[in-house]
Write a protein that binds this ligand. Sequence first.
Ligand code: FAD
Length: 437
Amino acid sequence: MTRPGGTWRNWGRSASVRPMRVERPRSPEGIQRAVKAAAAQGLTVKAVGAGHSFTGIAVAPGVLLELDDLQGLVSADAATGRVTLLAGTRLHRVPGLLRRHGLAMENLGDIDRQSIAGAISTGTHGTGTGFGGIATQVRGLTLVTADGEFLRIDETQNSELLHGAVVGLGALGVVVEVTLQCVPAFVLHAVDAPVPLDDVLPRIHERADAADHLEFYWHPHTAVALMKTQTRLPESTRRHPVPAVQGWIDETVLANGVFGAFCAISRVVPAIIPPFNRLAVQLTGRGEYTDASHRVLIHHRNVRFREMEYALPAEHLVPAFEELQRLIVDRGWRIEFPVEVRFAASDDLWLSTASGRDSAYIAVHRYWRADPREYFDAVEQIMLRHGGRPHWGKLHSLSADQLRERYPRFDDFVALRDRLDPQRLFGNRHLERILGA
Ligand SMILES: Cc1cc2nc3c(=O)[nH]c(=O)nc-3n(C[C@H](O)[C@H](O)[C@H](O)COP(=O)(O)OP(=O)(O)OC[C@H]3O[C@@H](n4cnc5c(N)ncnc54)[C@H](O)[C@@H]3O)c2cc1C
């Protein structure tokens, strides 16, 4: 919560602002009033979610709208799987809201701290060659636009705007409600295992296509991929969750406690990074368990980091990944955080990073106290040569002209923005850079 007169900061501590005013509307009409008042005073206005974007996309120098009092279920239909959520609803609350309807979200990212509106606005995704990002689950949304009016966009009302408005970058208006197509609740059987990279890379697409969900982490300075492979099963399947003590050791002690201490020490003694990474792949990344989908897909990330992630045409994954490996060796860098590789099916949302092409994602991270620029800049050049598109919520250096070349519907989106927000009431400096003034 941002105190009046206080400073708002994002999770990665890579963006901050002292807004002129912070408002916490309690109803859709409260959002309308806030938008109209900001417009009348000549202030910009912007909704923020959980502040989990690494870029300045959520920075609100004028009126900052916190939607934490706008959480919960508006409606749910177990027969059709259609569910409408208030825009501020945090993803971690969704399983509890859907339980009695026997439903689940079709796919999720790595964490569940984000708001549903924030997650779809930047194209948040998980993994699975047969599945799109969270935005592909959207069947409708309601916006408050710059004129302070509600605009419903779904398959029957203003349907021509739906594919443009879902990954809306916070640039089109304030999302008030989101309607999702959910699926019957399901269980995932998970196998986590280290596999030599030399075995993984030549057959990665075969492996990814054979699994419902597949991703891997590569700790630089090792020759191992920590593979995570998950199979979807009916909800009635007998569950074998990770035992509580084991889960605590894996997530709290190793993945966060020990890893956090290692990251802090590695700032002063970078020489410990390669041996620590080799130890990490020997001690972690093994397991087999079966549990509710969200329990398997979601992780807890307490060690702060900064991240850049690029979506590539799937067939570019291996050459780009190999260039990244060579880069780290050639430059003699010591990189403490793993590289993450995921997949998504092609979709038809204008600004989805997987728009129009089956995609593979390569994400690089640095501890938040380390300067990521040299590493990220060099990795970005590789990703750009391979036709990459940056994640809208993660660090990158592209401007509107470079992004335009990468999205066939970019100018349609800009035209939609011109129509819905001609005065840039929802603008900020980051949007000016990536979309133009
Ligand atoms: C630890 C961590 C793990 C992550 N894991 C993943 C992952 O697995 N996959 C992935 O793809 N991404 C991941 N991300 C990125 C993250 O999912 C996105 O940046 C997401 O947008 C954050 O959601 P948020 O609710 O925090 O939104 P914010 O960052 O607060 O806002 C994002 C954008 O949404 C807009 N917005 C928010 N609410 C509204 C609204 N009501 N109306 C209009 N616009 C709105 C904001 O103005 C801004 O433009 C991760 C980030 C972190 C820090």
